[in-house]
Design a protein around this ligand. Structure first.
Ligand code: UD1
Length: 338
């Protein structure tokens, strides 16, 4: 078992991946700047795993601090890199924040670490609006639809180039589809700051009474019911994909020094299907109304998962209902309602 650094390890996907790594027997240390997370997450991690991971509050843009961190942590064998900003709309308003945080952070990490195994948090957003569905990893990378999406494309390019120049570095980029849900204990989950931009946290906050109603962005798309289609994946399935990808690098069974995998379920659901599934698992009626299309939304995207299934040996196993139920339990836990 190895010592693994998780950057952004107190964030949404990071914290669930910490659980999955510890469950697998790895020793985990966490860096997080707490810009979109809370120290309370450490308590949740300890309750779930019985272990308190080593934690350092650190901003990866601070090169000197990153150097000092790695001079004290010389035995890190692998890095799972989540630390980044992720709000599409905010990235359009403040592109420099996104280029600085997401790219300088990555570069500083690569400059300072001697770890040979690196998992990069990428996104299906790199595909833009797809020509063919389900989308495969070799589909063309289209011009990014936001600065956020661009940082994911450039991040992949940086890593590809660095693996060519650095004989000991191996990288797997995981292109996530739409992560939702929470750990079944409801001790960790997604906690957006301010008004949620993503569908499921908006649904759960509406159901609990924090928001008046959900706006469904567009009902005139060319899909089965007129609403957009996404591939919603349970965050614990996604977390486990990181552990398996990391193990592939630790075992040196990777075929290329830079590999890319889609991490989705392979099935698409419309916004209305998600709403109705939520209503059935929660037993509640969700107030919603149709609103104009949201700028930048692609009509339909879901993953071709054969590469991840066959090459990585990973497959999503949890259902949309399970994911929505866990998201709802988490929302109730956060608001102290049982
Ligand atoms: C996008 C990016 C994803 C990124 C994520 C981070 C793509 C394909 N996906 O996900 O890579 O990590 O943002 O924020 O670029 N919706 C509503 N009402 C709402 C909120 C959402 O109807 O209040 C609809 C959207 O129009 C969309 C679906 O729900 O059809 C999912 O939206 P969201 O959860 O925001 O995720 P994406 O935009 O797909």
């Amino acid at each position: 078992m190895a010592k693994i650094l998780v950057t952004g390890g107190l964030g949404y996907i990071g914290s669930h991946t910490v659980v999955a790594l510890i469950n697998q027997g790895h020793e985990v240390c966490i860096i997080d700047d707490l810009s979109n997370s809370s120290l309370k997450v450490l308590d949740g991690l300890e309750k779930i795993t019985g272990k308190k991971p080593d934690f350092c509050q650190l901003d990866l843009r601070d090169l000197e601090a990153v150097k000092i961190y790695f001079s004290n942590q010389t035995d890190i064998e692998g890095i799972v890199h989540f630390a980044a900003s992720k709000a599409v709309g905010e990235s359009v308003e403040n592109p420099l924040l996104y280029y600085h945080n997401n790219l300088t952070g990555l570069i500083n990490l690569l400059k300072c670490t001697a770890a040979k195994n690196f998992i990069f948090s990428s996104s299906c957003t790199v595909y833009g609006s797809p020509d063919d569905l389900p989308i495969t990893e070799d589909a063309p990378i289209k011009p990014a639809m936001s600065p956020y999406g661009n940082t994911k494309q450039i991040g992949e390019e940086i890593l590809k180039d660095v693996t060519l120049a650095n004989p000991s570095l191996n990288v797997i980029a995981l292109r996530y589809f739409n992560p939702i849900g929470a750990h079944h204990s409801a001790l960790i989950g997604e906690l957006p700051i301010g008004i949620p931009q993503n569908l499921v946290p908006f649904i759960t906050q509406t159901a609990i009474g924090l928001r008046q109603e959900l706006k469904v962005f567009g009902n005139d798309y060319p899909t089965v019911d007129g609403t957009c289609v996404r591939d919603y994946i349970h965050v614990m399935d996604l977390a486990e994909a990181h552990v398996i990808a990391l193990q592939r690098l630790l075992n040196q069974t990777n075929e290329d020094k830079f590999e890319v995998f889609n991490v989705g379920t392979g099935a698409g659901s419309t916004v209305l299907e998600v709403i109705h599934a939520f209503e059935s698992v929660s037993g509640l009626k969700l107030p919603f109304k149709f609103a104009p299309r949201r700028e930048g939304d692609v009509i339909e995207i879901y993953a071709h998962t054969e590469k991840a299934n066959k090459v990585l040996g990973w497959k999503a196993s949890r259902t949309l209902d399970e994911a929505l139920k866990s998201a709802w339990l988490w929302e109730c836990h956060v608001r102290n309602i049982s």
